[in-house]
Design a protein around this ligand. Structure first.
Ligand SMILES: O=P(O)(O)O[C@@H]1C[C@H](O)[C@@H](CO)O1
Ligand SMILES: Nc1nc2[nH]cnc2c(=O)[nH]1
Length: 287
């Protein structure tokens, strides 16, 4: 892992060139699989798989449920590149390292990014197994200065001060909801604000109550750094959480939360998330 504290464009270019030399397609669609959701990568047709450890400047996925490989091929007859495994800040990576694959995807020609994750449900009306289309996020690490855009700005990717009010693309979000409707998933398709925290510890009850008061509907340990990097680079984003657990908001309960439970719910709900991705990709129009 690099100890530098900001992007080195030469390294991004080097990674992208390496991947170009191994790819025979030019995808415009990128997908990131969340914890327990790597099955999305399994439905890619005509697969080429490249392990992160083979790619220059990529680090390794150290979290169970994240395979650590890129998959190229087609879903719904559209060329895609799929990250089976992401990097999380709590693994010890700088924010730019977490965003690095997104910049590489930009150089590969990715225009639309589908992001998935596993998250805890704060909104009391959410059930385990629901999907939550992310309409916005609150990034506590980001507000505290842990941002992939720290350091010199490379205008080749985007502006110094990028707006984030349209980070989650409204047209793509409507298409995602349409896909859910077509699949009759309406009853468990929610919409809400994703709170990004550092982890790896899950939240205290007092923290969860605060997140709820601040307008958070779900909480997780990823996504925001990817979104900031992608939005800065002009990519259009649609993002969806799988609610793997109901956040414990009351004292004196025997309930608890664990990564095993997160992965277990991921396994149970993976097929529906895959169907959603397939249907969304059928509906999406590329320029
Ligand atoms: O990669 P995601 O955000 O899907 O994974 C979530 C957040 C933590 O990495 C882990 C906690 O169980 O699941
Ligand atoms: N921070 C956080 N991340 C999660 N990922 C899945 N569930 C949770 C949760 O309850 N809290």
């Amino acid at each position: 892992m690099s100890t530098s504290n900001s992007y080195d464009t030469d390294k991004v270019v080097q990674s992208a060139n390496f991947l170009k030399s191994r790819m025979n397609i030019k995808p415009k669609l990128g997908i990131i699989c969340g914890s327990g959701l790597s099955g999305i990568g399994e439905i890619v047709c005509n697969k080429t798989i490249i392990a992160y450890k083979e790619i220059p400047s990529f680090v390794e996925s150290t979290v169970p449920g994240h395979k650590g490989q890129l998959v190229f091929g087609q879903i719904s007859e559209k060329d895609v590149i799929c990250m089976q495994g992401r990097f999380h800040p709590y693994e010890g990576y700088e924010a730019w390292v977490v965003g690095f694959p997104i910049r590489v995807m930009k150089l590969l020609g990715i225009e639309i990014l589908i992001i998935t994750n596993a998250a805890g449900g704060i909104n009391d009306s959410f059930n385990v197994g629901d999907f939550m289309l992310i309409k916005d996020h609150i990034s506590f690490p980001g507000l505290g200065g842990y941002t992939p855009l720290k350091g010199p700005n490379d205008a080749m990717f985007g502006p110094r001060f990028p707006p984030m009010n349209e980070a989650y693309d409204s047209r793509l979000s409507n298409l995602w909801l349409q896909a859910a409707k077509d699949l009759k998933f309406d009853s468990f398709m929610r919409r809400g604000v994703y709170c990004n925290v550092s982890g790896p510890s899950y939240e205290t009850i007092a923290e969860l109550r605060m997140l709820s008061k601040l307008g958070g509907d779900a909480v997780g340990m990823s996504t925001a750094q990817e979104v900031v990097t992608a939005c800065h680079a002009g990519m259009r984003i649609v993002a969806c959480s799988l609610i793997t657990n109901k956040c414990i908001m009351e004292y004196d309960t025997k309930e608890t939360v664990s990564h095993d439970e997160v992965l277990e719910v991921g396994k149970k709900r993976a097929k529906d998330m895959e169907e959603l991705v397939v249907k969304f990709l059928e509906l999406v129009q590329l320029d």
